[in-house]
Design a protein around this ligand. Structure first.
Ligand code: ATP
Ligand code: MG
Length: 615
């Protein structure tokens, strides 16, 4: 089972683990007063339940048997009173328990969320989104069930079972012993059932996880499946898991189909015993008939918790497994921590220096191998190179998303490990290859909800990013909602929006991972103008794909296999006829042709426009 990727998420341990339970209860601690109230009402509610059969007994023996109808009325009223009181007690108990549980779960979800936000990139590489979602949503929900049904329910069951046993013994111990004589068999049957149910439950969860994963993968990859005509194969695979799932569930149906009738039989048997032996006792011992009626009611109530046992057991078990996973998550601390006395400078000059930087994602497999370069304040560096060379890795190292193995990275002469993580990242503007848009309006996607950015500054940023005219044409303008993570915006528009975001935050050092996708000539021109705005008076490190960006850089670093292969200006590198010259030839010949075409037709192709601007 260990090779199953879902096994880790579905391991079921004990139904009760004191260590985990103590930690779970810590979340309830702030609400202990509420829980004390809940407990008090739980006991009161149990008391009304215990009382009702006894009132029946008195009604029969003292009033019905003697024909005292006036007294019977008051008994009926008292009976009604216990019903109403029981209702109120149960309401208060349920509400307070749920309230405390919901508050605790809210706190826990916040804690997990905060914790996740603090994690290193490395953590997100290792944990798929689905798993993290499950932690924050499903696992917490399972715990909630433990609070609302599990723990309190179990406590209530214990009170009821012992309370009824006590009441029966007190009413007539001989009859009680006869009634309870079937219990050893029931306990044995329950234990057998519980063990089987647990196995089936564990197995069904495992298969369900696989079923979910299969379904999710199919939906996510539907385009690929349809294009390659793989629906049939996917059908077969799903069919197999689906049948397994059905079979496991049918097994659990079989256990249920045996267990519950057995409980029914024994419940009927014990009632039969009470009637038979009780009737006999009336004759020889002067037992009152009302006691028999009360016993029947008690017994029926007593079997209820036994019927729910399996369900509660599953809840307990699932909750233990969920809490184990939640706590494991919470115990993972980010590796990248602030130093004891972190530096938090107000404003940067914007100097960046890499000194013999080595980085590896997996131990022993270095991706960056001794990268050294400097960017003076205001300088523009372009990183170019074949895919997989390590350009994005250089950027990630600078943002301290990953800890480097060797060497050092200095920003304004200070090692980034001595910087306050947040303060450092605030000074770095990062514009990524694929622009991430959040749900919300356009304005909040530019400011990211940061109150320090005024409306005027936001609009100015949009204007400089060349996106203002487009936004103003939208219904609602800056308040227009971004739908489905921006799927209604074009690639180019998204790119410009991300420039506006960077402009609004006005970082000293700008890091840009240029999008590779090509856009139409008009948008291309907009992007180039916006980019010029964005790069003004900033140190810029650009993973460049656009020929214009590369040519406009002060220095080009050619990254190849984790090293700086060549560096220098465009013409200088071309003259060397090395790797850059080859890259240029292969990658940009096409663009050059396109550029030439547009130049001919519109009189201001992208290349010529840049060159005049820069000189
Ligand atoms: N998070 C990661 N975990 C493990 N390996 C990674 C990770 N990110 C990148 N790599 C590996 O590091 C190497 C360099 O990747 P990187 O993303 O830095 O290349 P790149 O130069 O930016 O490529 P591209 O031009 O395609 O964006 C690749 O071989 C890649 O497989
Ligand atoms: Mg990259």
């Amino acid at each position: 089972m260990s090779q199953d990727p879902h096994a880790e998420d579905e391991i079921l341990g004990k139904a009760y683990d004191a260590r985990l339970m103590r930690r779970i209860l810590r979340y309830l601690q702030p609400y202990w007063k509420l829980l004390a109230v809940a407990l008090a009402f739980l006991i009161s509610h149990t008391a009304t339940e215990l009382l009702r059969p006894y009132i029946t007994k008195i009604a029969i023996d003292r009033y019905i048997a003697t024909g005292d109808i006036g007294g019977l009325d008051s008994m009926v009223l008292i009976y009604l009173g216990t019903v109403i009181a029981g209702f109120i007690f149960l309401f208060i108990q349920t509400y307070t328990t749920e309230y405390a549980g919901q508050r605790a779960m809210h706190d826990l979800r916040m804690q997990i969320f905060t914790h996740l936000q603090r994690q290193d990139m490395d953590y997100f590489d290792r944990n798929p989104v689905g798993r993290l979602m499950t932690r924050t949503v499903n696992d917490v929900e399972t715990l909630n069930e433990l609070f609302s049904t599990g723990v309190v329910g179990l406590m209530g069951d214990v009170f009821i079972v012992f309370g009824i046993a006590g009441a029966m013994l007190w009413l007539d111990w001989k009859l009680a012993l006869i009634a309870l004589s079937v219990f050893p068999v029931i306990i044995y049957a329950s234990r057998f059932y519980r063990r089987r149910a647990r196995e089936v439950y564990r197995e069904s969860r495992l298969i369900l996880a696989r079923l979910n994963a299969r379904l999710q993968e199919t939906i996510a990859g539907i385009a690929t499946i349809q294009v390659f005509g793989q629906e049939g194969k996917m059908y077969d695979r799903f069919q197999e898991i689906n049948s397994n799932y059905r079979n496991v569930l049918l097994r659990s149906v079989r256990y249920n189909a045996v267990f519950f009738p057995i409980i029914e039989i024994f419940s009927a048997l014990s009632i039969g015993l009470v009637l038979w032996y009780g009737g006999w006792l009336i004759g020889i011992d002067g037992l009152q008939a009302g006691v028999i009626v009360a016993f029947i009611q008690y017994l029926q109530r007593m079997y209820q918790p036994i019927r729910d046992l399996a369900e509660k057991y599953n809840i307990m078990q699932a909750a233990m497994a969920s809490s184990e996973r939640i706590f494991t998550t919470l115990d993972t601390q980010p590796v990248i921590q602030n130093s004891a006395a972190p530096v938090m400078p107000a404003r940067l000059r914007g100097a960046v220096e890499f000194k013999d930087v080595w980085l590896s994602y997996k131990h022993g497999e270095p991706i960056l191998k001794g990268i050294s370069f400097t960017a003076r304040p205001g300088e523009r560096l372009a990183l170019v190179g074949a895919t997989g060379g390590g350009k994005t890795s250089i950027v990630s190292a600078l943002c301290r998303f990953y800890e480097i193995d060797r060497g050092s990275i200095l920003v304004d002469g200070v090692d980034i490990r001595d910087w306050d993580k947040q303060a450092l990242r605030q000074q770095l503007g990062l514009v990524l290859q694929d622009v991430f848009l959040f749900s919300g309006d356009i304005a909040s996607n530019i400011t990211l909800g940061d109150e320090r950015i005024s409306e005027a500054r936001m609009i100015e940023a949009a204007r400089r990013a060349q996106i203002a005219p487009f936004i103003e044409r939208l219904p609602g303008g800056y308040r227009a909602e971004v739908q489905e993570r921006g799927s209604t915006l074009s690639q180019g528009q998204r790119q410009l929006l991300s420039f506006a975001r960077a402009l609004a935050f006005d970082p000293r050092i700008l890091i840009l991972d240029e999008a590779t996708s090509s856009v139409d000539t008009e948008t291309e021109l907009l992007i180039q103008t916006a980019l010029e705005e964005l790069l003004k008076q900033r140190t810029a490190i650009i993973v460049a794909h656009r020929l214009s960006t590369i040519k406009n850089a002060d220095r080009i670093l050619v990254i190849h296999k984790g090293q700086i292969w060549e560096q220098g200006g465009h013409d200088e590198l071309l003259a060397r006829a090395g790797l850059y010259a080859r890259l240029y030839d292969l990658q940009y010949r096409l663009e050059r042709q396109n550029g030439a075409n547009t130049e001919a037709s519109t009189d201001s192709g992208p290349m010529s426009a840049d060159q005049s601007e820069r000189s």
